[in-house]
Design a protein around this ligand. Structure first.
Ligand code: MCA
Ligand code: AMP
Length: 498
């Protein structure tokens, strides 16, 4: 193999006229057409000056060309860096600068706002969308074949930014091996074949939609119903022609909220998979009662891809995230990394071919989260039963997961603390029926000052993606602290969390 990721995911389909993507309008893109499009885009990347090993930052609405751009990066050996479409220009400029991306690819509609971001970072700028753009138009005239650049399994394939407790996002460096091992393992484990049709309504700028859903379907050679976003009408329309779905818990609660969703509609489906956030045991039970299907829950993170999964054939236990994947070593450890006896709660640590190569330009952060024996400290609190099933019981890290998107309170608190009249702030996650959790901001005014909440909301809207913006605000006189002076978020959650 001269480019293992390309040879595993894309090369096998160069001459296959089988369906890869079903589009909402009824159109179809075959595997072969997809590979040809990727080759055209690889030529265009070269024309824009991108070289092997360089980063390509991509903030584009979900469309087939965005997926083909991922394949093009793999073929060229460039590093694909997809970014949430909700990010503001301010958020984006950090990622482009920090990653040293040589090209920013954005939606044509955001050119005015984002071309200067690329410019300021010394990157080139191009556009791409379902209806055209400078990069996609350029690709139209390019050859359908591109000479694949040789790479090794240890070469980097992608960067995904993930926030941290410091509030500063870190670029997780993922190698070809990380992606291949997980995709091959999951394809086998979940019994995906070329006959599968996956309902794909997730975004493709995160691990779940890109490296779990898409990579698995590429390895299996199956097809995806490629929907731009979660749209329950579309899911219901396509479900009788599909065999499987992957989604965050909100996908399942929204389906259950629709009376049209029943066992007849799901009669052709063989597998529903959930991840990225905890699936409530209640949802599990209601889903089985309605459809006869037991949702298969799995667990992972950006730095590690998937770590555990409930079994395909064995017991899928509600509330657990299942067993460690066959090639993943998992231990529940104490603060020093020593393995705890089964049944005791500790930090989940994992080691295997799925674990990333480290944080870009942050060796000290990588070292903080990596044990000397190669185990990665996830920051999740878990417990393992005698059969090996893992239950995530909490998070050691201060993280809010809203509809499958991660929100790090520190990032919001730093912005809030800088607002007029604010002495200090604390952001907590509060339960939300649809999204699982949403952020609530608790503010303490400076002595004698008035807090102007409207001005604060405007500042949040300018600086933060919509999904991160606090849904509610509370103003109190002082934050509860322990004797060490640490803010007691548990107390705040108890007071404001209902
Ligand atoms: C949209 N909004 C949100 C979210 N999404 N607010 C909070 N949390 C969200 N997740 C806001 C919008 O800004 C907008 O605000 C309003 O909600 C409606 O927007 P819309 O786009 O219509 O929302 P939606 O289509 O209903 O989206 C909700 C969603 C979506 C379906 C839950 O966010 C989604 O597809 N989430 C999946 C995320 C994901 O793929 N996570 C995987 C990460 P306004 O109306 O005020 O303007 S990978 C991962 O976690 C690991 C590795 C793993 O294990 O998989
Ligand atoms: P991220 O790396 O940003 O995608 O977020 C990963 C985090 O999501 C993990 O560290 C967990 O805290 C959480 N997570 C992912 N899947 C699950 C799951 N099935 N159950 C509970 N938490 C999950």
């Amino acid at each position: 193999m001269n480019n293992p990721l390309y040879d595993t995911m894309f090369a096998p389909y160069a001459d296959k006229d089988t369906t890869f993507l079903h589009l909402p309008d009824g159109g179809v893109i075959t595997h072969a057409a997809f590979v040809r499009r990727a080759a055209q885009l690889a030529h265009s990347l070269c024309a824009y000056g991108v070289q092997t090993g360089e980063r390509v930052a991509v903030q584009v609405e979900k469309c087939p060309d965005m997926l083909a751009l991922y394949a093009a990066c793999v073929q060229l050996g460039a590093i694909f860096l997809p970014l949430n479409t909700a990010y503001t220009a301010a958020e984006l400029s950090y990622f482009v600068e920090d990653s040293g991306a040589v090209l920013l690819v954005a939606d044509p509609a955001r050119t005015e706002e984002l071309a200067p971001v690329a410019d300021a970072a010394g990157a080139a700028f191009a556009t791409l969308s379902a209806s055209g753009g400078s990069l996609s138009d350029d690709a139209d005239a390019r050859p359908h074949v591109f000479e694949t650049v040789a790479r090794s399994e240890d070469d980097l394939a992608a960067f995904l930014y993930t926030s941290g407790t410091t509030g500063r996002s870190k670029g997780a460096m993922l190698t070809q091996k990380n992606l291949i091992s997980n995709a091959v393992t999951l394809t086998e484990l979940w019994h995906f074949t070329k006959d599968d049709v996956l309902l794909h309504a997730l975004p493709i700028f995160h691990t779940h939609g890109l490296f779990v859903a898409t990579n698995v379907m590429l390895v299996a050679g199956g097809a995806m119903v490629f929907l731009p976003k979660l749209d329950i009408d579309q899911l219901i329309n396509w479900m009788p022609r599909a065999t499987s779905m992957m989604g965050v818990p909100t996908f399942y609660t929204r389906l259950l909220d629709d009376a049209r969703f029943d066992s007849d509609l799901a009669a052709n489906m063989r597998l529903f998979i959930s991840g990225s956030a905890p699936l409530l045991a209640d949802t599990h039970v209601a889903f089985e009662e309605r459809t006869g299907h037991r949702i298969l829950e799995r667990y992972g993170m950006t730095e590690t891809n998937m770590n555990t999964s409930n079994p395909y054939a064995g017991a899928r236990i509600a509330g657990t995230v299942g067993l460690p994947l066959p090639d993943v070593k998992l231990r529940i450890a104490d603060a020093n990394g020593a393995e705890l006896p089964r049944g005791e709660t500790g930090v989940v640590e994992v080691r295997g071919p799925n674990v990333f190569a480290g944080y870009w330009n942050m060796p000290e952060k990588t070292a903080e989260e990596m044990r000397a024996d190669g185990f990665f400290i996830t920051g999740d609190l878990g417990v393992q039963d005698t059969q090996g099933y893992v239950t995530i019981v909490g998070r050691g890290k201060d993280l809010i997961i809203s509809g499958g998107y991660n929100i790090y309170p520190k990032e919001l608190e730093l912005l809030l603390d800088g607002q007029n009249g604010v002495l200090e702030s604390a952001v907590i996650g509060v339960p939300h029926a649809d999204l699982g959790e949403v952020p609530l901001a608790v503010l303490v005014p400076q002595s004698g000052a008035q807090i102007d909440l409207e001005a604060i909301k405007t500042a949040m809207a300018e600086g933060l993606a919509r999904y991160k913006q606090p849904r509610e605000y509370r103003v109190i006189d002082e934050l509860p602290r322990n004797t060490m002076g640490k803010v007691q978020k548990v107390a705040l959650r108890a007071e404001f969390g209902s």
